[in-house]
Design a protein around this ligand. Structure first.
Ligand SMILES: *Cc1c(COP(=O)(O)O)cnc(C)c1O
Length: 405
């Protein structure tokens, strides 16, 4: 990839005395920085923006978690360095949640580790597995961290197209054998950001088969494990027989309990892989604030159906936005998972020109699909992190400007 970020270009043009590493120069542009700039400019002009661009829940962390945290933060035992791998109590609670949710048993001592948000673990894991010249398999489109972390670790991403034709599931048998032989990690993410696609156990079985055949690790990002609709329940990759030997799964309380700002997640699966990730982590961070781990245990033990109630809100928003977009000519179908709608742009527009048109003409902010990979060039992503009233208003605005999909 030859793209140089605006920031990096700026650094180069400035002829800084301080020379930045090639590693940084090779990082593709940060997706949101350009949009953020335009957004801020329009906001400064006093425009009333409706922002579907942010993959961050607008709803608050449940009060029972906030209140528990208040108590835990006061305990002086929590003010000291936490254990690197997470407290035993946190890991045990995770394993209990996992057994109840997926019917998969995990050894809290070796098969569970706390993370400072799942992104932290996802970004660090290539450093434990990828050597110079090694490949990782990265879906196109996908969450940008898989690609960037691979590059930072000195590896090369091999992009697997996911699109309507393949139901947004990578086709492993289309990957050249020479690549598979040099592959160290396969990244998967279901329910999927940005497409909203979901995967079944049959697909995961295929992934495990390839991982065993070519000796690589599967990293399954399940940040949206609980955000599913229409009675669909997302399976874990670890439900596949033997998957634990070749895979880890990243989970997060961010979207599950509206805790993005708290920075808490966990990795489960292969004890060898978790140990290898731990070697990187123990040398970089010093673990996760114990009070946050304790509050997270309270969240994971919730018996008040918080998630189901929240999903009801998302379903109403999803249905409203889907039917609104359909009334404007879009062929979008309601996604079963995540909180994103992956919407084809009108024929005469690509992702960035349509994003720009929406922003300038209707003050509606979306994310251009191209930011997630070339397969997203004719898509924009709507996040349903916006209230029903504002969704209605957005549809009205698009109607009044005769936007036709
Ligand atoms: C939000 C998100 C994450 C990051 O979650 P954190 O636990 O907050 O770091 C990981 N993967 C995907 C696909 C996401 O959308």
């Amino acid at each position: 990839m030859e793209i140089i970020t605006l920031v990096n270009k700026f650094l180069l043009e400035e002829e800084l005395k301080i020379r930045i590493a090639k590693r940084i120069q090779n990082v593709p542009p940060y997706l949101f920085s350009e949009i953020d700039k335009k957004k801020n400019k329009l906001r400064a002009e006093g425009r009333d923006l409706i922002d579907f661009g942010i993959g961050d829940p607008d709803l608050p962390t449940p009060m029972f978690v906030v209140n528990a945290m208040k108590e835990f933060v006061e305990d002086p035992r929590n003010h000291r360095y936490p254990p690197y791998e997470g407290t035993f109590s946190f890991r045990k609670t995770v394993s209990e949640w996992f057994l109840k949710r997926f019917n998969v048993s995990l050894d809290p001592d070796n098969e569970v580790m706390a993370l400072i948000g799942s992104k932290e673990g996802i970004a660090h894991i290539p450093f434990s597995f990828v050597d110079e010249g090694d490949y990782t398999l990265v879906p196109n489109p996908s969450y940008p961290v898989y690609n960037v972390a691979t590059i930072l670790a000195g590896g090369k991403p091999y992009f697997m197209p996911i699109n309507e034709e393949n139901n947004f599931l990578p086709e492993f048998d289309k990957i050249p054998v020479e690549i598979l032989e040099k592959t160290k990690i396969l990244f998967l993410n279901y329910p999927n950001n940005p497409t909203g696609a979901v995967a079944n156990l049959e697909f995961f079985e295929k992934a495990v088969y390839f991982a065993k055949k070519y000796d690589f690790l599967i990293c399954h990002d399940m940040a949206y494990s609980e955000m599913t609709y229409d009675n669909y329940i997302s399976p874990s990759l670890l439900q596949i027989n033997g998957a634990k030997e070749v895979s880890v799964e990243f989970h997060s309380l961010s979207k599950m309990f509206n805790m993005t700002g708290w920075r808490v997640g966990f990795v489960v699966g292969s004890s060898q892989a978790i140990k290898a990730l731990g070697i990187i982590k123990t040398n970089i961070d010093s673990g996760l604030f114990v009070a946050i781990q304790q509050a997270s245990e309270v969240a994971l033990r919730d018996d008040s159906n918080f998630i189901a109630k929240m999903n009801n809100i998302y379903v109403r928003r999803r249905n409203l936005l889907v039917s609104g977009l359909q009334s404007l000519g879009s062929d979008i179908k309601p996604p079963k998972g995540s909180f994103y709608l992956w919407v084809k742009t009108p024929k005469e527009f690509d992702a960035s020109s349509f994003t720009e048109r929406l922003m300038l003409e209707t003050n509606i902010v979306v994310t251009p699909g191209s930011g997630y990979g070339s397969e997203g060039n004719k898509y924009v992503r709507f996040a349903i992190t916006v209230s029903e009233d504002r969704i209605k208003e957005a549809i009205e605005r698009m109607k009044s400007k005769s936007i036709q999909f």
